[in-house]
Design a protein around this ligand. Structure first.
Ligand SMILES: Nc1nc2c(ncn2[C@@H]2O[C@H](COP(=O)(O)OP(=O)(O)O)[C@@H](O)[C@H]2O)c(=O)[nH]1
Ligand SMILES: [Mg+2]
Ligand SMILES: [Zn+2]
Length: 295
């Protein structure tokens, strides 16, 4: 139902420890109360508290002056599954993108599921080691193909009765997979999200679609990057789920597992208990967290 959002909801800011955060007022997935103004239109009167939400640092706009404050952009709320979609080739498999999305999902308390698509392009079973890595970590991991239909029935089962948000690089096959599962969606395939020369992408809002009773899909067209919001350096390790058991044994409780002496995480990497690729992803993300964020 088409609803308007009264002005009083529109400009809300939240003050947390001396810093201002913009809060997106009503987002995809929010539960709201509405008042009917017509047979098929209404006004939002209340937005209910969120069970969880997925957010990212708002992209920097050219010429905008940020005086230290960080803007949080909420993408969707009250989600069950974050479906991280990747492909074996075209585009080439990229574990660092998966790990970054896992951090976003873990820090937002979502159930993370990994899809590795385009299995039909994997002649040599190159992907096996990656699949085993994520399965061993405990993530449900599907290898799929829209050509052979491999993995799709199992994926379908997993989505049932849940609110599922699909995320991944452009071209990995998100729309194609959704079309296979739910042909009536008729999503456009092969659409490259548009970026202007200045690197600012056009605003495309995500939408939530009911595909079966109690089963919902959120597609995120045009949103390419996710830079997790509000994670401190010393907390990042907790979102690499296999690090958690080692972290308490680090000498310093603010250990960032980077250079500190007697770091149990680094030890576990050195003796092969933590996968080196995962640790490299960790270091890469750690490097992008700014020191001066105070929460
Ligand atoms: N070989 C192969 N190609 C696929 C598969 N899934 C999608 N594609 C192709 O990959 C391209 C991008 O797909 P699309 O669904 O638009 O990706 P999206 O950007 O993630 O939504 C299209 O040309 C699809 O036909 C697959 O399983 N195997
Ligand atoms: Mg698409
Ligand atoms: Zn450490």
């Amino acid at each position: 139902m088409r609803c308007s959002l009264p002005g009083k909801f529109k400009k809300e800011f939240q003050l947390k420890k001396d810093k201002l955060y913009h809060t997106d007022i009503a987002v995809v997935g929010d539960m709201v109360d509405i008042k009917l103004t017509d047979n098929d239109a209404g006004v939002i009167t209340k937005i209910h508290p969120r069970k969880n939400y997925l957010s990212r640092k708002a992209p920097r706009l050219r010429g905008a002056s940020y005086r230290g404050e960080r803007l949080e952009q909420i993408i969707a709320a009250n989600i069950d599954n974050l479906i991280i979609v990747s492909s074996i080739h075209e585009p080439e498999f990229n574990n660092k993108v998966i790990d970054r999305l896992l951090v976003a999902g873990e820090s937002s308390h979502l159930n993370c599921i990994i899809i590795i698509n385009k299995a039909d392009l994997d002649d040599e079973d190159e992907i096996k080691n990656w699949v085993n890595l994520y399965k061993d970590l405990g993530y449900q991991t599907f290898i799929t193909s829209i050509i052979t239909k491999q993995g799709l029935p199992e994926l379908n089962e997993t989505l049932l009765g849940k609110k599922n948000i699909f995320w991944g690089q452009s071209g990995v096959g998100k729309s194609s997979i959704l079309n296979c599962l739910y042909p009536f969606l008729n999503l456009k395939v092969g659409e490259i999200s548009y970026y202007s020369e200045k690197g600012i992408h056009t605003t495309v809002t995500s939408t939530m679609i009911k595909v079966e009773d109690d089963t919902f899909i959120i597609d995120t067209p045009g949103i390419r990057e996710i830079d997790p919001f509000g994670i401190r350096k010393e907390d990042l390790g907790h979102y690499f789920i296999e690090f958690s058991e080692y972290i308490p044994a680090c000498r310093f409780n603010t250990c960032t597992h980077h250079h500190e002496p007697e770091c149990a995480v680094i030890e576990a990497v050195e003796n092969g208990e933590i996968n080196l690729h995962r640790y490299e992803s960790y270091l890469r993300i750690l490097d992008t967290i700014e020191e001066d964020i105070i929460f």
